[in-house]
Design a protein around this ligand. Structure first.
Ligand code: PEP
Ligand code: MN
Length: 363
């Protein structure tokens, strides 16, 4: 589907990062206003706060509801900051519009469900308001694109996306693993769609917020969104990842927003040269992987003839452990080596299975 996007905020120059900050949830009027006062006139473009909170399990704090919209209106009146909140159904949209919320966002648990996205899209027909769409909780690129298309078809052209990471079962330093490649793919497919990094929900903790935001800016993201609370440890939701306004401003000072283009020809040529080398290495790696799969197929034939199971756990553990150690010596993180090898291993199994099944049907 062909889509042409308009700038998200009319007054915002494209060469500056879009900065969104504010508490995970609105808890009390005082908490919302204190946070907003500490962030006003500090280069924050949008003040965020959840009013209706989608929680994984019932019984947790589910948001203050419509009352909180009045608090956000006070933030606008007092500080002049624009405000944004999450909407997940028709009633949320109507209430948010009635209270002059400037920008709406769709949460990860909404994007994942086309029924909900369509409901929000239908409620937005004929309305001119910017909408930010978070990635779905699962790493499904098409589901994310589908949500963008549904909102666009409702007539919304001021759209942005928020990369907040993906659920992952296993050990990781993140709350939601970033899988940067998915965001990069989206950027490549829709170059004029602004992409914002939600470092809070990717990290789930405070100590890596800065490095994740910097990584996003280095990948040409258009901005970032961070959860900020006056008393993070006692926040009613997402306490572990929220930071104080002054911690937020310190990080903001340290972040470097690099310019995308330059007129420096020498720089561009060197960059081109390095990119060419990368392309060549990528091709070489594909050739090597293809050769690896051919070997796996030969092993498959061999196992089939000798009636041996495909997966031999001890051998797999040995490969994994050896590779992690070797990778570490070469500057590759354990996480990367593990994810990479698991993918290669799965592909090998698929190739072996194909060969073994063929042999079975021929027999
Ligand atoms: C949030 O931004 O507070 C939120 C609920 O995020 P997500 O939809 O990314 O989980
Ligand atoms: Mn949150």
């Amino acid at each position: 589907m062909d889509m042409t996007f308009q700038p998200l905020l009319k007054e915002k120059p494209a060469n500056k990062p879009l900065i969104i900050a504010g508490p995970c949830s609105a808890e009390t009027e005082e908490q919302v206003l204190n946070t907003a006062r500490a962030l006003s006139n500090k280069g924050v473009d949008l003040f965020r706060s959840g009013i209706w909170k989608p929680r994984t399990r019932p019984g947790a704090f589910e948001g203050v509801g419509t009352e909180g919209l009045g608090w956000l209106r006070r933030v606008k009146q007092e500080t002049g900051m624009k405000v944004t909140t999450e909407v997940a159904n028709t009633q949320h949209v109507f209430e948010a519009l009635k209270h002059q919320i400037d920008v709406l966002w769709l949460g990860a648990r909404t994007t994942v469900n086309p029924f909900s996205v369509q409901e929000v899209a239908d409620a937005l027909k004929g309305v001119d308001i910017p909408v930010l769409i978070k990635n779905p909780i699962n790493p499904d690129f098409k589901l994310w694109v589908g949500a963008i298309e549904r909102i666009y078809k409702a007539g919304i052209t001021r759209i942005g996306v928020i990369h907040r990471g993906f659920s992952y079962h296993g050990d990781t330093k993140y709350r939601n693993v970033p899988r940067w490649q998915i965001a990069i793919d989206l950027k490549r497919e829709f170059p004029d769609l602004p992409i914002i990094c939600d470092n809070s929900h990717i990290c789930g903790r405070r100590d890596i917020l800065q490095s994740v935001a910097q990584k996003a800016l280095d990948l040409n993201f258009d901005g970032y969104m961070t959860e900020v609370h006056p008393d993070p440890d006692n926040a009613w939701s997402d306490a572990a990842q929220q930071i104080t306004p002054s911690q937020f401003l310190e990080i903001k000072e340290r972040l470097i927003f690099r310019q995308l283009t330059t007129d420096n020809m020498e720089f561009l040529e060197n960059l081109e040269h390095l990119r060419h080398e990368i392309d060549e290495l990528d091709e070489e790696m594909l050739n090597l992987l293809s050769n690896r799969m051919k070997l796996a197929e030969r092993i498959g034939e061999y196992k089939q003839r000798n009636n041996i199971a495909i997966l031999q756990t001890s051998r797999w553990n040995e490969i994994l452990e050896r590779a992690i150690n070797k990778g570490r010596l070469k500057g590759l993180s354990e996480e990367f080596t593990t994810v990479y090898l698991k993918a290669v291993h799965q592909e090998s199994i698929n190739h072996q299975e194909k060969v073994m099944n063929q042999a079975k049907t021929e027999a």
